[in-house]
Design a binder for this molecule. Structure first.
Ligand code: AQP
Length: 375
Protein backbone atom coordinates (compact mmCIF):
# COMPACT_ATOMS: atom_id res chain seq x y z
CA UNK A 1 0.00 0.00 0.00
CA UNK A 2 1.29 3.46 -0.85
CA UNK A 3 1.46 5.61 2.28
CA UNK A 4 1.24 9.36 2.56
CA UNK A 5 4.41 11.18 3.54
CA UNK A 6 5.33 10.97 7.20
CA UNK A 7 3.53 13.81 8.83
CA UNK A 8 6.50 15.10 10.73
CA UNK A 9 8.35 15.45 7.49
CA UNK A 10 5.36 17.28 6.08
CA UNK A 11 5.35 19.65 9.02
CA UNK A 12 8.95 20.47 8.52
CA UNK A 13 7.53 21.90 5.31
CA UNK A 14 10.64 20.94 3.50
CA UNK A 15 9.11 17.81 1.98
CA UNK A 16 6.04 17.60 -0.18
CA UNK A 17 2.97 15.83 1.25
CA UNK A 18 2.10 12.95 -1.05
CA UNK A 19 -1.58 12.13 -1.22
CA UNK A 20 -3.48 9.59 0.76
CA UNK A 21 -4.07 5.95 -0.05
CA UNK A 22 -7.63 5.02 -1.08
CA UNK A 23 -10.17 5.17 1.74
CA UNK A 24 -9.74 1.95 3.70
CA UNK A 25 -12.15 2.55 6.60
CA UNK A 26 -9.25 2.84 9.00
CA UNK A 27 -8.03 -0.77 9.25
CA UNK A 28 -4.63 -0.06 7.76
CA UNK A 29 -4.37 3.07 9.91
CA UNK A 30 -3.72 0.87 12.92
CA UNK A 31 -0.24 0.31 11.55
CA UNK A 32 0.41 3.76 10.23
CA UNK A 33 0.51 6.21 13.11
CA UNK A 34 3.38 8.32 11.91
CA UNK A 35 1.71 8.79 8.53
CA UNK A 36 -1.59 10.09 9.75
CA UNK A 37 -3.13 13.02 11.51
CA UNK A 38 -6.75 12.97 12.61
CA UNK A 39 -8.88 16.12 12.86
CA UNK A 40 -12.56 16.48 13.69
CA UNK A 41 -14.93 18.93 15.34
CA UNK A 42 -18.24 19.29 17.09
CA UNK A 43 -20.34 22.46 17.17
CA UNK A 44 -21.15 23.97 20.56
CA UNK A 45 -24.80 24.46 19.76
CA UNK A 46 -26.28 22.76 22.84
CA UNK A 47 -28.11 19.47 23.37
CA UNK A 48 -25.18 17.19 22.57
CA UNK A 49 -26.89 13.90 21.74
CA UNK A 50 -26.50 10.19 21.15
CA UNK A 51 -25.95 10.78 17.40
CA UNK A 52 -22.96 13.04 18.10
CA UNK A 53 -21.71 10.45 20.58
CA UNK A 54 -22.03 7.32 18.42
CA UNK A 55 -21.41 8.94 15.04
CA UNK A 56 -18.44 11.05 16.10
CA UNK A 57 -17.17 11.14 19.70
CA UNK A 58 -16.81 7.36 20.21
CA UNK A 59 -14.86 7.24 16.95
CA UNK A 60 -12.61 10.06 18.18
CA UNK A 61 -11.87 8.06 21.33
CA UNK A 62 -11.09 4.89 19.38
CA UNK A 63 -8.57 6.65 17.13
CA UNK A 64 -6.43 8.11 19.88
CA UNK A 65 -4.33 5.05 20.61
CA UNK A 66 -2.86 4.80 17.16
CA UNK A 67 -2.90 8.37 15.83
CA UNK A 68 -2.08 11.99 16.53
CA UNK A 69 -5.45 13.70 16.92
CA UNK A 70 -6.86 17.21 17.07
CA UNK A 71 -10.41 17.51 18.40
CA UNK A 72 -11.93 20.92 18.02
CA UNK A 73 -14.97 22.65 19.46
CA UNK A 74 -16.01 24.51 16.33
CA UNK A 75 -17.42 27.74 17.73
CA UNK A 76 -16.90 29.63 14.45
CA UNK A 77 -19.25 27.13 12.79
CA UNK A 78 -21.78 27.52 15.59
CA UNK A 79 -22.34 31.24 14.91
CA UNK A 80 -23.48 30.56 11.36
CA UNK A 81 -26.81 30.45 13.18
CA UNK A 82 -27.23 33.11 15.90
CA UNK A 83 -26.03 31.97 19.33
CA UNK A 84 -26.64 33.72 22.60
CA UNK A 85 -23.10 34.70 23.74
CA UNK A 86 -23.46 33.29 27.27
CA UNK A 87 -24.93 30.06 25.94
CA UNK A 88 -22.15 29.76 23.36
CA UNK A 89 -19.47 29.95 26.06
CA UNK A 90 -21.36 27.44 28.22
CA UNK A 91 -21.88 25.07 25.30
CA UNK A 92 -18.21 25.34 24.29
CA UNK A 93 -17.22 24.18 27.77
CA UNK A 94 -19.90 21.47 27.64
CA UNK A 95 -18.58 19.94 24.40
CA UNK A 96 -15.06 20.05 25.87
CA UNK A 97 -16.35 18.29 28.98
CA UNK A 98 -18.10 15.69 26.80
CA UNK A 99 -14.87 14.97 24.88
CA UNK A 100 -12.97 14.39 28.10
CA UNK A 101 -15.79 12.51 29.88
CA UNK A 102 -16.10 10.17 26.89
CA UNK A 103 -12.41 9.31 27.13
CA UNK A 104 -10.42 11.78 25.00
CA UNK A 105 -7.12 12.56 26.68
CA UNK A 106 -6.28 16.27 26.24
CA UNK A 107 -2.71 15.74 27.41
CA UNK A 108 -1.90 13.21 24.68
CA UNK A 109 -3.99 14.88 22.00
CA UNK A 110 -5.05 18.42 21.18
CA UNK A 111 -8.44 19.66 22.40
CA UNK A 112 -9.21 23.32 21.66
CA UNK A 113 -11.83 25.73 20.47
CA UNK A 114 -11.58 26.92 16.90
CA UNK A 115 -11.81 30.70 17.47
CA UNK A 116 -8.56 30.65 19.47
CA UNK A 117 -6.62 29.75 16.31
CA UNK A 118 -7.19 32.55 13.82
CA UNK A 119 -5.66 30.51 10.99
CA UNK A 120 -9.01 28.71 10.57
CA UNK A 121 -10.68 31.96 9.49
CA UNK A 122 -7.71 33.11 7.41
CA UNK A 123 -7.45 29.87 5.45
CA UNK A 124 -11.24 29.79 5.07
CA UNK A 125 -11.05 33.15 3.27
CA UNK A 126 -8.48 31.80 0.84
CA UNK A 127 -10.74 28.77 0.28
CA UNK A 128 -13.75 31.08 -0.27
CA UNK A 129 -11.77 32.25 -3.27
CA UNK A 130 -10.91 28.70 -4.41
CA UNK A 131 -14.30 26.96 -4.01
CA UNK A 132 -16.86 27.50 -6.78
CA UNK A 133 -20.42 28.71 -6.20
CA UNK A 134 -21.68 25.69 -8.12
CA UNK A 135 -20.04 23.38 -5.60
CA UNK A 136 -21.63 25.17 -2.64
CA UNK A 137 -25.00 25.21 -4.35
CA UNK A 138 -25.03 21.42 -4.26
CA UNK A 139 -24.56 21.17 -0.47
CA UNK A 140 -27.63 19.45 0.93
CA UNK A 141 -26.97 20.54 4.52
CA UNK A 142 -27.26 24.22 3.53
CA UNK A 143 -30.52 23.48 1.74
CA UNK A 144 -31.89 21.65 4.79
CA UNK A 145 -30.73 24.22 7.34
CA UNK A 146 -31.68 27.30 5.35
CA UNK A 147 -35.00 25.70 4.38
CA UNK A 148 -37.52 27.86 2.61
CA UNK A 149 -36.16 31.05 4.20
CA UNK A 150 -32.90 30.92 2.22
CA UNK A 151 -32.73 34.70 1.68
CA UNK A 152 -32.55 35.13 5.42
CA UNK A 153 -29.79 32.56 6.06
CA UNK A 154 -26.38 33.97 7.03
CA UNK A 155 -23.62 34.15 4.44
CA UNK A 156 -21.57 32.13 6.94
CA UNK A 157 -24.00 29.21 6.75
CA UNK A 158 -23.54 29.15 2.98
CA UNK A 159 -19.72 29.07 3.09
CA UNK A 160 -19.62 26.75 6.13
CA UNK A 161 -18.08 23.88 4.08
CA UNK A 162 -15.15 26.12 3.08
CA UNK A 163 -14.42 26.78 6.75
CA UNK A 164 -14.66 23.05 7.41
CA UNK A 165 -12.09 22.42 4.67
CA UNK A 166 -9.84 25.02 6.29
CA UNK A 167 -10.24 23.36 9.72
CA UNK A 168 -8.87 20.11 8.33
CA UNK A 169 -6.27 21.36 5.87
CA UNK A 170 -4.79 23.94 8.26
CA UNK A 171 -3.21 20.95 10.01
CA UNK A 172 -2.58 18.86 6.88
CA UNK A 173 -4.92 16.37 8.54
CA UNK A 174 -5.24 13.12 6.63
CA UNK A 175 -8.26 11.46 8.25
CA UNK A 176 -11.53 12.90 9.51
CA UNK A 177 -13.94 10.83 11.63
CA UNK A 178 -17.50 12.12 11.07
CA UNK A 179 -21.10 11.00 10.91
CA UNK A 180 -22.64 10.15 7.54
CA UNK A 181 -24.18 13.64 7.25
CA UNK A 182 -20.73 15.20 6.79
CA UNK A 183 -19.68 13.03 3.85
CA UNK A 184 -20.57 15.61 1.23
CA UNK A 185 -18.63 18.34 3.05
CA UNK A 186 -15.59 16.08 3.19
CA UNK A 187 -15.81 15.53 -0.56
CA UNK A 188 -15.87 19.29 -0.99
CA UNK A 189 -12.78 19.63 1.23
CA UNK A 190 -10.98 17.20 -1.07
CA UNK A 191 -12.10 19.19 -4.14
CA UNK A 192 -10.82 22.40 -2.56
CA UNK A 193 -7.45 20.82 -1.71
CA UNK A 194 -7.16 19.47 -5.24
CA UNK A 195 -8.11 22.77 -6.88
CA UNK A 196 -5.69 24.73 -4.68
CA UNK A 197 -2.92 22.29 -5.61
CA UNK A 198 -3.78 22.71 -9.31
CA UNK A 199 -4.32 26.49 -9.29
CA UNK A 200 -1.02 27.14 -7.55
CA UNK A 201 0.91 24.21 -8.99
CA UNK A 202 3.71 26.43 -10.24
CA UNK A 203 4.43 28.22 -6.94
CA UNK A 204 3.78 25.01 -4.99
CA UNK A 205 6.47 23.29 -7.04
CA UNK A 206 8.78 26.27 -6.59
CA UNK A 207 8.28 26.06 -2.83
CA UNK A 208 9.37 22.43 -2.93
CA UNK A 209 6.09 20.49 -3.10
CA UNK A 210 5.87 19.19 -6.68
CA UNK A 211 3.16 16.65 -5.74
CA UNK A 212 0.81 19.22 -4.18
CA UNK A 213 0.72 21.17 -0.93
CA UNK A 214 -2.53 20.01 0.69
CA UNK A 215 -3.25 16.30 1.26
CA UNK A 216 -6.69 15.02 0.23
CA UNK A 217 -8.35 14.17 3.56
CA UNK A 218 -10.14 10.84 3.93
CA UNK A 219 -13.48 10.57 5.74
CA UNK A 220 -13.73 7.88 8.41
CA UNK A 221 -17.41 6.99 8.58
CA UNK A 222 -17.46 3.78 10.56
CA UNK A 223 -19.55 1.69 12.92
CA UNK A 224 -23.18 0.62 12.97
CA UNK A 225 -24.51 4.08 13.96
CA UNK A 226 -23.10 6.58 11.47
CA UNK A 227 -26.52 8.16 11.08
CA UNK A 228 -28.64 8.02 14.23
CA UNK A 229 -32.21 8.99 13.50
CA UNK A 230 -34.84 10.85 15.53
CA UNK A 231 -36.61 8.68 18.11
CA UNK A 232 -39.94 10.05 16.85
CA UNK A 233 -39.31 9.75 13.11
CA UNK A 234 -36.90 7.19 11.71
CA UNK A 235 -36.51 9.15 8.47
CA UNK A 236 -35.16 12.29 10.18
CA UNK A 237 -31.65 12.68 11.60
CA UNK A 238 -31.36 12.97 15.39
CA UNK A 239 -30.45 16.62 15.77
CA UNK A 240 -29.55 19.19 18.43
CA UNK A 241 -31.90 21.74 16.95
CA UNK A 242 -35.05 19.57 16.86
CA UNK A 243 -37.67 21.40 18.91
CA UNK A 244 -38.80 18.23 20.65
CA UNK A 245 -36.46 16.89 23.32
CA UNK A 246 -38.19 13.49 22.96
CA UNK A 247 -36.54 13.05 19.54
CA UNK A 248 -33.06 12.68 21.02
CA UNK A 249 -31.15 11.30 23.97
CA UNK A 250 -28.92 14.02 25.37
CA UNK A 251 -25.59 13.09 26.90
CA UNK A 252 -26.69 14.85 30.07
CA UNK A 253 -30.04 13.00 30.39
CA UNK A 254 -30.53 11.00 33.59
CA UNK A 255 -31.59 7.35 33.76
CA UNK A 256 -35.33 8.18 34.00
CA UNK A 257 -35.21 10.51 30.99
CA UNK A 258 -33.31 7.95 28.91
CA UNK A 259 -35.75 5.14 29.83
CA UNK A 260 -38.78 7.34 29.11
CA UNK A 261 -37.49 8.46 25.71
CA UNK A 262 -36.70 4.89 24.65
CA UNK A 263 -40.04 3.60 25.94
CA UNK A 264 -41.86 6.26 23.92
CA UNK A 265 -39.66 5.89 20.81
CA UNK A 266 -41.72 5.29 17.67
CA UNK A 267 -41.80 1.68 16.43
CA UNK A 268 -44.00 -0.45 14.19
CA UNK A 269 -46.34 -3.32 15.14
CA UNK A 270 -44.10 -6.20 13.93
CA UNK A 271 -41.60 -7.98 16.20
CA UNK A 272 -37.91 -7.56 15.39
CA UNK A 273 -36.67 -9.54 12.37
CA UNK A 274 -33.90 -12.12 12.72
CA UNK A 275 -31.86 -10.73 9.83
CA UNK A 276 -30.69 -7.26 8.84
CA UNK A 277 -32.53 -7.51 5.51
CA UNK A 278 -35.76 -7.55 7.49
CA UNK A 279 -35.03 -4.01 8.73
CA UNK A 280 -35.44 -2.60 5.21
CA UNK A 281 -38.45 -0.25 5.03
CA UNK A 282 -38.64 -0.27 8.83
CA UNK A 283 -36.68 2.93 9.63
CA UNK A 284 -37.57 3.11 13.33
CA UNK A 285 -36.69 -0.53 14.01
CA UNK A 286 -33.48 -0.15 12.01
CA UNK A 287 -32.57 2.94 14.03
CA UNK A 288 -33.09 1.31 17.43
CA UNK A 289 -31.13 -1.79 16.41
CA UNK A 290 -28.31 0.46 15.13
CA UNK A 291 -28.29 2.41 18.40
CA UNK A 292 -28.11 -0.83 20.38
CA UNK A 293 -25.26 -2.10 18.19
CA UNK A 294 -23.38 1.20 18.55
CA UNK A 295 -23.72 1.25 22.33
CA UNK A 296 -22.83 -2.43 22.67
CA UNK A 297 -19.96 -2.04 20.17
CA UNK A 298 -21.26 -4.90 18.09
CA UNK A 299 -23.04 -5.32 14.74
CA UNK A 300 -26.72 -5.17 13.83
CA UNK A 301 -26.45 -8.84 12.83
CA UNK A 302 -25.34 -9.75 16.33
CA UNK A 303 -28.13 -7.70 17.94
CA UNK A 304 -30.72 -9.46 15.79
CA UNK A 305 -29.26 -12.84 16.63
CA UNK A 306 -30.05 -11.99 20.23
CA UNK A 307 -33.35 -10.15 19.83
CA UNK A 308 -34.79 -11.50 16.53
CA UNK A 309 -38.56 -12.20 16.93
CA UNK A 310 -38.63 -10.38 20.28
CA UNK A 311 -41.40 -7.83 20.82
CA UNK A 312 -40.30 -4.19 21.00
CA UNK A 313 -41.27 -3.98 24.67
CA UNK A 314 -38.56 -6.49 25.59
CA UNK A 315 -35.98 -4.97 23.25
CA UNK A 316 -36.65 -1.45 24.48
CA UNK A 317 -36.18 -2.55 28.06
CA UNK A 318 -32.74 -3.99 27.23
CA UNK A 319 -31.86 -0.91 25.16
CA UNK A 320 -32.81 1.45 27.98
CA UNK A 321 -30.64 -0.48 30.40
CA UNK A 322 -27.69 -0.49 28.00
CA UNK A 323 -28.05 3.21 27.19
CA UNK A 324 -28.29 4.11 30.87
CA UNK A 325 -25.22 2.06 31.74
CA UNK A 326 -23.19 3.62 28.93
CA UNK A 327 -24.36 7.22 29.09
CA UNK A 328 -25.11 8.18 32.69
CA UNK A 329 -21.47 7.95 33.86
CA UNK A 330 -20.53 10.27 30.98
CA UNK A 331 -23.25 12.74 31.96
CA UNK A 332 -22.08 12.64 35.61
CA UNK A 333 -18.47 13.22 34.60
CA UNK A 334 -19.52 16.10 32.32
CA UNK A 335 -21.32 17.75 35.23
CA UNK A 336 -18.26 17.30 37.45
CA UNK A 337 -15.96 18.85 34.84
CA UNK A 338 -18.39 21.69 34.09
CA UNK A 339 -18.29 22.67 37.76
CA UNK A 340 -14.72 23.87 37.17
CA UNK A 341 -14.87 26.18 34.12
CA UNK A 342 -11.44 27.63 34.88
CA UNK A 343 -9.87 24.20 34.38
CA UNK A 344 -11.79 23.66 31.13
CA UNK A 345 -10.63 27.04 29.84
CA UNK A 346 -7.06 26.12 30.77
CA UNK A 347 -7.33 22.89 28.75
CA UNK A 348 -8.70 24.78 25.74
CA UNK A 349 -6.01 27.39 26.02
CA UNK A 350 -3.23 24.83 26.18
CA UNK A 351 -4.79 22.95 23.24
CA UNK A 352 -4.93 26.18 21.21
CA UNK A 353 -1.27 26.85 21.94
CA UNK A 354 -0.34 23.41 20.61
CA UNK A 355 -2.69 23.75 17.63
CA UNK A 356 -1.04 27.08 16.73
CA UNK A 357 2.35 25.39 16.69
CA UNK A 358 1.15 23.05 13.93
CA UNK A 359 -1.06 25.49 12.03
CA UNK A 360 1.14 28.58 11.89
CA UNK A 361 3.90 27.21 9.62
CA UNK A 362 1.32 25.62 7.31
CA UNK A 363 -0.61 28.89 7.06
CA UNK A 364 2.60 30.85 6.51
CA UNK A 365 3.59 28.54 3.67
CA UNK A 366 0.08 28.81 2.19
CA UNK A 367 0.48 32.58 2.14
CA UNK A 368 3.82 32.27 0.37
CA UNK A 369 2.23 29.98 -2.21
CA UNK A 370 -0.65 32.41 -2.83
CA UNK A 371 1.78 35.34 -3.15
CA UNK A 372 1.02 37.29 0.01
CA UNK A 373 3.99 39.29 1.27
CA UNK A 374 5.01 38.41 4.81
CA UNK A 375 7.43 40.69 6.57
N1 AQP B 1 -27.72 11.95 14.05
C1 AQP B 1 -26.41 11.75 13.92
N2 AQP B 1 -25.92 10.50 13.74
C2 AQP B 1 -24.58 10.28 13.61
N3 AQP B 1 -23.68 11.29 13.66
C3 AQP B 1 -24.13 12.54 13.84
N4 AQP B 1 -23.51 13.72 13.93
C4 AQP B 1 -24.41 14.70 14.12
N5 AQP B 1 -25.64 14.20 14.15
C5 AQP B 1 -25.50 12.84 13.98
C6 AQP B 1 -22.06 13.89 13.84
O1 AQP B 1 -21.62 14.58 15.00
C7 AQP B 1 -20.50 15.38 14.65
C8 AQP B 1 -20.71 16.76 15.20
O2 AQP B 1 -21.84 17.34 14.57
P1 AQP B 1 -22.00 18.91 14.68
O3 AQP B 1 -22.33 19.30 16.03
O4 AQP B 1 -20.79 19.59 14.21
O5 AQP B 1 -23.09 19.33 13.64
P2 AQP B 1 -24.40 18.69 13.08
O6 AQP B 1 -24.10 17.55 12.20
O7 AQP B 1 -25.08 19.79 12.40
O8 AQP B 1 -25.15 18.24 14.38
P3 AQP B 1 -26.68 18.27 14.71
O9 AQP B 1 -26.85 17.61 15.97
O10 AQP B 1 -27.47 17.76 13.58
O11 AQP B 1 -26.95 19.81 14.90
P4 AQP B 1 -28.04 20.70 14.22
O12 AQP B 1 -29.32 20.37 14.85
O13 AQP B 1 -27.57 22.09 14.55
O14 AQP B 1 -28.02 20.42 12.76
C9 AQP B 1 -20.35 15.34 13.14
O15 AQP B 1 -19.31 14.43 12.81
C10 AQP B 1 -21.67 14.79 12.68
O16 AQP B 1 -21.55 14.05 11.47
Amino acid sequence: MRLIAPLRATLALGARPRHNPPFDRGESMQKAKINTRVFSGVQPTGNLHLGNYLGAITRFVALQDAHDCLYCVVDLHAITVFQDPEELAKNTREVTAAFIAAGIDPTRHIVFNQSQVSGHAELAWIFNCVARLGWLNRMTQFKEKAGKDRENASAGLYVYPNLMAADILLYHATHVPVGEDQKQHLELARDIAQKFNNDFAKTIAREGYPGGFFPLPEPLITGPATRVMSLRDGTKKMSKSDESDMTRINLTDDADQIAKKIRKAKTDPEPLPSEVKGLESRPEADNLVGIYAGLAETSKEQVLREFGSAPFSKFKEALAELATTRLTPIGAEMRRLMADPVEIDRILNEGARRAHAIADPILAKTKDIVGFIRS
